[in-house]
Design a protein around this ligand. Structure first.
Ligand SMILES: NC(=O)c1ccc[n+]([C@@H]2O[C@H](COP(=O)([O-])OP(=O)(O)OC[C@H]3O[C@@H](n4cnc5c(N)ncnc54)[C@H](OP(=O)(O)O)[C@@H]3O)[C@@H](O)[C@H]2O)c1
Length: 298
C-alpha cells in the first residue's frame, strides 16, 4: 500500500470512516472529506494513530466549484490513485405516502449524484494521462431495485450506476478501473434513521473490507450481502406487478431526516484532538458552508 494517495468523501462516519480506517497505514496518504469537523477529526486521529498521513477537507460536496477546484489541486500536489465517491444522504416518502420535502429531494440529488460526479470528474483526465487509477462509486442495491418509498434516493443511485457504466470502458482503455459498489443494509448512522426491515445488515467494517477488496482487483462492481443481491437480480426479471407487490410488503420504509443528527455516530472523545489548524480558508460569499483544507493553499 506504500506511496498511495486515497480520497474518500463522507469520511466522517459510517462506511467512509470504515474505509479510511481500513486503508490507514504507514506510507498511505488519505484525504478525507466531510462536513462535521468534530467527527471528521476523530477519524483523522484514528487514521494517524495507524501511521497514515491524513489531511481533512471540511466541505459540503454540494459546493461543486470548491470541491472540483480542491480535488484538482490535491491531485496536482500529489497524484490521487484511488477515489471513493461515498458521501450520501437518504430520505423517504411519509408514512402515508406523502411526498418527500423539497429540501430532502434536492439534498439527495445534489449530494448522492452531483456530489459524486463532481468528486470523480477532476480526476478522470489526470488518471487517464497517468494510465492508472481506481475510481469507486458508492451506489446502493436500491439503484438496481428502486424502493417504493425512496424514489429520489433510488433514482440518485440508479443515475450513479448509469454514469459509472457509461464511463467505465473509456477509463479501462487507459488502465483506470471503475468499481460500482452496491451495498444492501449497513449498520451506520444512515441506517439508524431508517425505519423498516433491514435484512442481512452488515457492519461498516465488513462492508469497507469487501469494497476495498473489489477495488484492489479492479472489479467492475461489488454487490452485497450476496443473498440480497441475488434476490435483486431475480426481481429485475420478475413481472413488475409481482415485484412491486413484494417490495411494498417487505420494504415499507420511513426515514426520519430530522433524526439524522442524533443518529450520527458520537463525535470526539477525550483522546481526539481538541483543536485543528488549517492553513487556508476559501472565502466564498455565496457558500452556506465553510471550506477548509489543511496544508493546501489556493
Ligand atoms: N447504510 C446503508 O445501509 C447503505 C446502504 C447502501 C448504500 N449506502 C451508501 O453508502 C454511503 C455511505 O453511507 P453511510 O451508510 O456510511 O451513511 P452515514 O453514516 O450517514 O455517513 C454518510 C457520510 O456522508 C457524509 N455526507 C453527507 N452529506 C454530505 C455532504 N453534503 N457533503 C459532504 N459529506 C456529506 C457524512 O458526513 P457529514 O455529516 O460530516 O457531512 C457522512 O460522513 C452513502 O452513499 C449511502 O447512500 C448506505
Amino acid at each position: 500500500m506504500s506511496g498511495r494517495h486515497i480520497l474518500i468523501t463522507g469520511a466522517s462516519g459510517g462506511l467512509g470512516a470504515a474505509l479510511a480506517r481500513h486503508y490507514a497505514a504507514p506510507g498511505v496518504a488519505l484525504l478525507l472529506v466531510g462536513r462535521n469537523v468534530e467527527r471528521l477529526a476523530r477519524v483523522v486521529h484514528e487514521c494517524r494513530a495507524k501511521g497514515a498521513d491524513v489531511r481533512l477537507l471540511v466541505l459540503d460536496v454540494r459546493e461543486s466549484a470548491a470541491l472540483h477546484e480542491l480535488i484538482a489541486k490535491a491531485d496536482a500536489q500529489r497524484p490521487i490513485d484511488t477515489v471513493f465517491a461515498n458521501a450520501g444522504v437518504e430520505a423517504s416518502l411519509g408514512p402515508l405516502g406523502e411526498a418527500e420535502a423539497l429540501d430532502d429531494v434536492l439534498a439527495q440529488i445534489r449530494t448522492n449524484f452531483e456530489g459524486a460526479v463532481v468528486t470523480v470528474q477532476p480526476l478522470i483526465d489526470p488518471m487517464r494521462a497517468r494510465g492508472q487509477g481506481r475510481i469507486v462509486l458508492v451506489a446502493s442495491l436500491a439503484g438496481r431495485m428502486p424502493l417504493p418509498d425512496q424514489p429520489t434516493y433510488s433514482a440518485t443511485k440508479a443515475g450513479l450506476i448509469a454514469y459509472g457504466e457509461a464511463l467505465r470502458p473509456v477509463l479501462a482503455a487507459k488502465g483506470v478501473s471503475l468499481t460500482i459498489a452496491c451495498p444492501g443494509f449497513i449498520d451506520t448512522g444512515m441506517a439508524r434513521t431508517y425505519r423498516g426491515w433491514r435484512p442481512l445488515q452488515w457492519s461498516a467494517e465488513r462492508a469497507a473490507a469487501t469494497i476495498a477488496r473489489a477495488t484492489e482487483r479492479g472489479a467492475r462492481s461489488v454487490s452485497f450481502p450476496f443473498a440480497l443481491a441475488g434476490l435483486v437480480a431475480l426481481g429485475r426479471v420478475a413481472p413488475p406487478f409481482l415485484r412491486e407487490t413484494v417490495l411494498r410488503r417487505l420494504f415499507a420504509v420511513d426515514v426520519r431526516t430530522e433524526a439524522r443528527a442524533e443518529a450520527a455516530e458520537p463525535c470526539c472523545d477525550a483522546a481526539s484532538p481538541r483543536s485543528i489548524t488549517y492553513a487556508s480558508k476559501i472565502p466564498d460569499k455565496k457558500s452556506k458552508s465553510e471550506v477548509f483544507i489543511e496544508d493546501m493553499t489556493l
